[in-house]
Design a protein around this ligand. Structure first.
Ligand SMILES: [Zn+2]
Length: 129
């Protein structure tokens, strides 16, 4: 991948027009609502969810309008895909996917993942396929 494309994907540059935005945040960002809209994104469709996840220490990547990817720095190789419209949560442990469980609210998702990673049990256990 080119350096510019990479800078756009990690949020250093506006993913629409290439304007410099600042440090690498790990997901695409936009300098303005216009740029976001031009690229098919609403301004920040998951502003509220993002705040909740970040408060729990997650790295948040908005993949698209339905799909949010979450990881915690201390757990290398593990990330979670959350499909916000259906509430389906899937764990990816070093390339191994789990079955999905349904977790509807962002805060529940955050707690669910924290429990899962620290070995505490959840009401509906997530199982690797
Ligand atoms: Zn822009």
């Amino acid at each position: 991948m080119g350096e510019i494309a990479e800078s756009m994907l990690n949020g250093e540059m506006c993913e629409g027009c290439g304007q410099w935005l600042g440090e690498d945040v790990g997901y695409p960002q936009y300098c303005s609502k216009t740029c976001a809209k031009d690229r098919g994104m609403e301004s920040d469709p998951y502003e509220e969810e993002r705040e909740i996840f970040e408060a729990y220490g997650f790295n948040v990547r908005i993949v698209n309008k339905r799909h949010i990817q979450l990881r915690l720095e201390e757990y290398e190789g593990i990330f979670f895909d959350w499909y916000a419209t259906t509430g389906t949560l899937v764990k990816n442990n070093n390339g191994k996917f789990s079955k999905g469980v349904t977790v509807k609210e962002a805060e529940e998702v955050a707690i669910y993942i924290k429990n899962d990673l620290s070995g505490k049990s959840n009401e509906k256990q997530i199982k690797l396929l």
